[in-house]
Design a protein around this ligand. Structure first.
Ligand code: HEC
Ligand code: HEC
Ligand code: HEC
Ligand code: HEC
Length: 244
């Protein structure tokens, strides 16, 4: 029995260290689930965000982006532009604006530039069938992160800050933030973007900043798309960056 129990422990430890896998088809980001190909919709999955041709060339926040985006929209940000810890909070970076092009509660979730099939291109947007119609479908309040019930549209004041440099003031960084080299175990980091050779906090940053994709991966088959893979069990996700 002793060796068997040892084996089980090993399996459990191994299991917790295995990163969640990317399979967007099994997630709520598979918008084709609610799209009827016979009524102006599609059974394609990626097309709601990406297109192989005719992508939005004015937008570099996410690759081959298939949605019109107004990157000049000004958001109200956390703490009026500064955290209690003294970090400057800027406008959301372009990667976050990719998320907000659906999650601002204003833009149509079902609008694309290049619809499936040939000759269906319009830089101003074409509305695909979604949940029974081709009218613009706006994110309900619960999922509209860029919208505060009281403050109106384009409001990020009640959300964890984004668009700020991690440990913004490197000479005097907030004491409770771990160094960017801190390794992450069991996380999905979409490879090794910071080139440090292993999954670390640095891989979560975009242009050195915390953005939506620092915590979420839009393709990940995991609770709330969280990169920690375990939802936020025991606040593991928060503890990855914060020594609290
Ligand atoms: C709901 C929107 C959405 C859908 C649907 C989507 N993606 Fe993405 N994708 C993004 C965003 C946002 C990024 C940028 C992520 C980042 O910077 O971390 C991205 C990045 C990527 C990248 C480059 C970075 C990486 O993570 O490897 C690839 C490749 C990619 N997507 C492929 C796909 C494919 C293939 C599909 C369909 C099977 C798909 N995506 C569906 C939003 C989406
Ligand atoms: C093409 C539109 C679109 C884009 C772009 C998009 N989302 Fe979503 N997202 C949705 C829809 C639709 C839902 C589900 C809403 C519902 O169930 O009513 C959703 C749900 C979610 C949820 C909740 C998942 C759950 O299990 O409750 C999270 C978290 C999320 N998105 C994060 C992101 C992040 C982060 C990005 C950018 C990397 C992003 N989304 C980009 C359309 C989008
Ligand atoms: C610091 C980490 C972090 C950042 C940055 C972050 N999120 Fe989240 N997000 C979370 C966690 C954790 C949850 C799960 C909350 C829960 O389960 O109650 C969540 C939940 C969500 C949900 C589900 C609805 C909800 O409120 O529970 C959506 C949608 C979402 N995030 C989108 C975004 C978008 C869009 C951005 C960027 C504007 C973003 N998130 C930035 C950590 C983060
Ligand atoms: C990718 C790293 C990262 C993750 C993950 C993360 N945070 Fe943060 N968080 C930051 C940074 C960077 C700041 C700005 C630091 C500062 O100025 O103190 C911040 C700021 C905050 C603040 C505001 C502090 C202030 O001074 O106003 C709170 C509260 C907070 N985070 C809580 C959380 C919680 C709760 C979670 C988990 C749901 C979480 N964070 C996950 C990086 C992260």
């Amino acid at each position: 029995m002793r060796w068997l129990r040892g084996g089980l422990v090993a399996v459990v430890i191994f299991g917790s260290a295995t990163a969640a896998t990317e399979d967007i088809r099994a997630t709520v980001h598979n918008l084709s689930t609610y799209s009827d190909p016979a009524a102006g919709g599609t059974n394609e999955v990626c097309v709601f965000c990406h297109t192989p041709h005719g992508a939005n060339s004015n937008f570099s926040g996410a690759p081959l982006w298939n949605k019109p985006i107004d990157t000049t929209v000004t958001f109200q940000v956390y703490g009026g532009g500064q955290t209690i810890g003294g970090t400057t909070v800027g406008q959301p970076g372009d990667t976050s604006r990719a998320c907000l092009s659906c999650h601002d509660g204003v833009s149509g979730v079902n609008v694309v530039i290049n619809a499936p099939g040939s000759g269906n291109y319009d830089p101003n947007g074409i509305y695909l069938n979604y949940r029974g119609s081709t009218a613009p479908w706006r994110m309900p309040l619960l999922f509209a992160v860029g919208k505060n019930g009281a403050g109106g549209n384009y409001d990020l004041r009640d959300d964890h800050p984004i668009g700020m440099v991690y440990r913004g003031n490197e000479t005097n960084p907030p004491a409770s933030l771990k160094p960017t080299s801190t390794p992450l175990t069991g996380w999905n980091t979409s490879g090794d973007p910071d080139g440090s050779g292993g999954p670390s906090i640095g891989d979560l940053l975009r242009n050195g900043k915390v953005e939506c994709v620092s915590c979420h991966n839009p393709h990940l088959n995991a609770p709330r798309f969280l990169r920690s893979g375990d939802g936020n069990a025991n606040s593991n996700l928060c503890m990855a960056c914060h020594d609290k």
